[in-house]
Each structure stands twice: as structure tokens, then as C-alpha cells.
Design a protein. Structure first.
Length: 160
């Protein structure tokens, strides 16, 4: 569970995110790289705003873990994992099983937060909902802007 929590941290996302952006630029998908960076930064900002607005204290952690210093609601791990892993899956493939695996990974990361006792179940559910909403809004905006990016539907060609 600690390993699952680790792959849901901002530090891990930063390392993998740099590799994703490098790959996108190398593949001449600069619009996708910019979209990915802007999505991740904005999701972090929205998370901070939501946590500050709700100001919910955390439960007592299990297993002798120290209490994280951020607020509990919504779960940052759940929200940011949903945004990060699903956006990554949208960028790299149109294959449904990989996208389902990305959603399952985000779910397991959220579950690890409940198991470790650092979040209430409602925190994690709210994180999933906020992450899904934020990612959906960005996909919708990109679709309506006519951006050419290798995301959801086949009518958008891959950047040359």
C-alpha cells in the first residue's frame, strides 16, 4: 500500500511527467505536451483551492505513520492520480484495456490512502470525482477548440 501511495505523489508525477513531455515533443506532439503540462498544473491548483476551501482535518493514520500536513478533503492522491494516469493513457493510446488499467491504478492509489488511514473514504471519493470532472473538462475544451491531439476519438489525426 505504501508503494501505491508513492506512485501517487507529486514527486513521482514530476519525474514521469518530464518523460511524457519529452516523448511528446520528440514525437512532434507539442500541442499534446502543452495540454498535458497545463492540465497537471491546473489540477494541482484546483486541488489546493478545494482543500483550503473545505479545511477538513485528517483522521489519525494507521501503522505509526505521521499525519500529512495538508488538508484531507478532497484526497490529493485520488484526484491527481485520476488526472495524471488517465490523461497519460489518453495521450499514449486509444486502446480501452490500457485506459481501464489507468483507471484501476488510480482507484488502487485512492484505496491505499484509506487503508493507511490518512483519508476518510469520502475524501477519496471526492478526489476521484474532482479528478474525473477536471480531466473531462480539459478533454471537452480541447475537443471543442479543434486541437489535434492523440486523445479520445479517432477523428483527430496524430500530429505530423
Amino acid at each position: 500500500m505504501r508503494a501505491l501511495t508513492f506512485i501517487g505523489t507529486s514527486g513521482f508525477f514530476a519525474i514521469v511527467g518530464v518523460l511524457v513531455v519529452w516523448w511528446a515533443i520528440k514525437a512532434r506532439r507539442k500541442a499534446a505536451a502543452i495540454w498535458f503540462i497545463a492540465l497537471q498544473i491546473s489540477a494541482n491548483l484546483v486541488l489546493k483551492i478545494l482543500q483550503f476551501a473545505f479545511h477538513r482535518a485528517r483522521p489519525e493514520p494507521f501503522f505509526g505513520l505521521s499525519t500529512p500536513e495538508t488538508y484531507s478533503f478532497p484526497s490529493g492522491h485520488a484526484m491527481l492520480s485520476t488526472v495524471f494516469y488517465l490523461s497519460l493513457a489518453l495521450l499514449i493510446t486509444r486502446k480501452t484495456p490500457i485506459r481501464i488499467a489507468a483507471a484501476l491504478l488510480a482507484f488502487l492509489i485512492g484505496l491505499s490512502r484509506i487503508y493507511l488511514g490518512v483519508h476518510y473514504p469520502a475524501d477519496v471519493l471526492a478526489g476521484f470525482a474532482a479528478g474525473a470532472f477536471w480531466l473531462s473538462a480539459w478533454v471537452y475544451a480541447a475537443d471543442n477548440a479543434g486541437l489535434r491531439w492523440p486523445v479520445s476519438t479517432p477523428q483527430y489525426p496524430v500530429d505530423p
